[in-house]
Design a protein around this ligand. Structure first.
Ligand code: GLY
Length: 379
């Protein structure tokens, strides 16, 4: 199928604007796009063994001629997203002669992008970076916006930097080998963009979900590109998350509590966000008067991305405690992004905890049955 031409989505950043190029097959022309960035002393591709096995040949072919090229592979499991891996990467860079004019190319999912991004921010106090996200969640979310970082034993993403790349290359074709569960989990973030910013995207997802689940090239490219445009617009206005950027956390206050209560073992991030968006939809109904019909559409669409791991056997009180431990909490107040209607979102920090607790208590039964009418939470 003929794909549409690569459209550059510009991302504004205090450290220098950059573009995201999204097109099927763009990796074959990576060479041209990277060469446009200027001269580098060497190019270092940082990736995981799994990703390199699936895409290495193609990526090597697309890399500029005439540069010393090095491929460094490291474990991209969530458990390896730590300072030890940053040290390993940095030492490999020293051993292979990376100087201040070196370029790092992060090829992989969210963990690769975050860890390599942080290594790029700190190695020699900053070397240039190109992001090549190869999972859906990385393409539509983590590779855009400059957030980089690693986990500590005390919590996720506690050490990091805002470090925008020079370029992001998004090739929807790279998703061809992505396991179904990861793909569906990434779709949760796509739905999020529809809910928070774009009723048309939301409606497209409603009518096109079957095609998207079949990974129809045209439908997929459309929703990826639209998601990137929305993310670019939001982070361009609020790079450092002092206000507007928070809306990207729709579903995440609930989602992070579920992930943390299950020690990050039960849910993929998008799956926890999927549960979280249904809960946030309902909380929006309770707090901001989100129409029942809109909540019902959110829940119905989320359910279509597939079965989610079960809600944990954890008390509502414990989940509430996990929410309080989240780094989004400010001065002890929980913060929720709620959508008064589809396509609009804002942050609330004065939500009655009783209502949240009630939703946490009712969610597993509530969302497991057909939504005919929305009753009020008994709080
Ligand atoms: N993933 C949310 C953000 O980039 O701010």
């Amino acid at each position: 199928m003929k794909s549409t031409p690569a459209k550059a989505v510009k991302v504004r950043s205090a450290s220098g604007d950059y573009v995201v190029l999204c097109q099927r097959g763009i990796l074959e022309r990576a060479e041209r796009e990277i060469a446009r960035l200027g001269r580098f002393s060497s190019i270092h591709i940082l990736t995981s063994p799994k990703v390199w096995k699936a895409l290495g040949k193609e990526i090597r072919r697309g890399m500029p001629e005439g540069f010393a090229k090095h491929v460094h592979q490291f474990d991209d499991a969530e458990e390896a997203k730590n300072l030890q891996t940053v040290e390993k990467i940095s030492r490999a860079l020293v051993r292979t002669g990376a100087d201040r004019k070196a370029l790092l190319v992060a090829v992989g999912g969210g963990v690769v992008g975050d860890v390599v991004g942080f290594a790029a921010a700190s190695y020699l106090r900053g070397v240039q970076l190109v992001q090549v996200p190869t999972t859906l969640v990385a393409q539509v979310d983590s590779a855009v916006g400059g957030k980089t970082g690693v986990n500590l034993p005390e919590g996720k993403n506690l050490v990091g930097a805002f470090y925008p790349p020079r370029l992001v290359l998004v090739d929807p074709k790279a998703l061809g080998t992505l396991p179904d569960r990861e793909f569906r989990s990434g779709l949760a973030e796509v739905i999020k963009y529809g809910v928070i910013a774009d009723p048309k995207l939301f409606a497209f997802l409603e009518s096109g979900m079957d095609a998207i689940l079949r990974r129809d090239a045209r439908a997929l490219e459309h929703v990826i590109r639209r998601s990137i445009e929305i993310k670019a617009r939001v982070v361009g206005k609020d790079e450092r998350e002092s206000g507007l950027r928070e809306i990207l956390n729709f579903g995440h206050t609930f989602g992070h509590a579920l992930e943390s209560a299950t020690r990050y073992r039960r849910f993929q991030h998008g799956e926890a966000v999927a549960w979280g968006m249904m809960c946030a939809g309902l909380l929006g109904h309770e707090v901001t008067g989100t129409p029942a019909d809109a909540v019902s559409r959110i829940v119905t669409l989320v359910r279509r991305i597939g079965p989610l791991p079960e809600w944990p056997e954890t008390s509502a009180k414990r989940l509430l405690q996990a929410m309080h431990a989240d780094k989004k909490t400010r001065e002890g107040k929980l913060r929720f992004v709620l959508a008064p209607r589809i396509g609009e979102a804002e942050t609330f920090d004065d939500v009655p905890e009783k209502k949240v607790e009630c939703i946490l208590r009712c969610a597993p039964q509530f969302f497991a049955r057909p939504l005919k009418a929305l009753g009020k939470c008994d709080a």
